[in-house]
Design a protein around this ligand. Structure first.
Ligand SMILES: [Cu+2]
Length: 279
């Protein structure tokens, strides 16, 4: 039957196109996907992107191969005829398999995404009461770093050491608990290489977990249009070996001691005076 032959042809073509493309996606393109392997959460995002690409590739090739095949196999051969072919009112078999495949894919991805989110928090801000607390953060006390955003810079407060600094410094191989907040408008703390992006809202304590790996240079940017100098709101952070971090923290403690005394008491949120600033 012609129908069976067409079906077989499309499946064969699809396999021939999909196998090399799938290999290219998974082994060549996906490992270089953003945001890289700078932290456990960043590496997890690369894994998730790989899974998404791995599943999207056969769907894309199926659509394109089918389109190409139709253009070729069902082209108009008799140009003198002005008649259209018989109308197709649906095909129960095709509809059934199409619905089954797409439903399975979508439900699988919804489950996969939810499980991955709960596993390590995925580097996103979760508000003041996070539900996706990484296993490691429950055991050892994570290093708390408060990110205080304001027009137009980020400051980092280390409650364990009692100082606040415009320099983001983190120890390697450590679970970090960011507390992201703002003093004025809505900003977004985006530490690209760490795979962290968390909104900084005034009056809100937004918690984001990240487990650092080796030494790293981090590009920090504000990812929420926050006024005239939004584009200028960036800095560079560093993940350094633990001993180096300890030395740095001690030095800063001494160096910043006069200023630290004048800092407002550590709090999860701050309401500066005057309360409102222009945007
Ligand atoms: Cu901003």
């Amino acid at each position: 039957m012609a129908q069976t032959r067409h079906f077989r042809n499309v499946v064969m073509l699809w396999l021939i196109v999909t196998v090399p493309f799938e290999a290219l996606m998974i082994f060549v393109l996906a490992p270089g996907m953003p945001p890289g392997n700078g932290s456990v959460q960043a590496a997890g995002q690369v894994t998730d992107n790989t899974v998404l690409f791995g599943l999207a590739t056969p769907v894309t090739t199926a659509v394109l191969v089918f389109l190409g095949y139709c253009l070729y196999a069902f082209r108009e051969r008799d140009h003198s005829s002005a008649l259209e072919g018989p109308a197709i009112r649906g095909d129960a078999g095709v509809q059934f398999w199409w619905l089954l495949t797409t439903t399975t894919l979508v439900l699988f991805l919804a489950a996969y995404g939810s499980i991955r989110l709960l596993q390590d928090g995925s580097g996103g801000g979760q508000g003041p009461n996070p539900i996706a607390v990484p296993a490691m953060a429950k055991g050892d006390a994570p290093l708390q770093v408060q990110v205080v955003a304001q027009q137009w810079q980020f400051d980092y407060r280390y409650p364990k050491y009692g100082f606040e600094t415009p320099d983001l410094m983190l120890p390697a191989n450590t679970m970090v608990e960011f507390h992201v907040t703002s003093l004025d408008v809505i900003h977004s703390f985006w530490a690209y290489q760490l795979g962290v992006k968390a909104d900084a809202n005034p009056g809100v304590d937004n918690i984001a977990y990240v487990h650092t790996l080796g030494p790293l240079t981090i590009n920090v940017r504000c990812a929420e249009l926050c006024g005239l100098w939004h584009g200028y709101m960036f800095d560079t952070g560093h993940v350094v070996p633990q001993a180096e971090f300890a030395t740095w923290a001690q030095q800063q403690q001494t160096l910043l001691a006069p200023g630290s005394k004048r800092l407002p008491k550590y709090s999860r949120t701050y309401f500066p005076s005057p309360v409102r600033r222009s945007g």
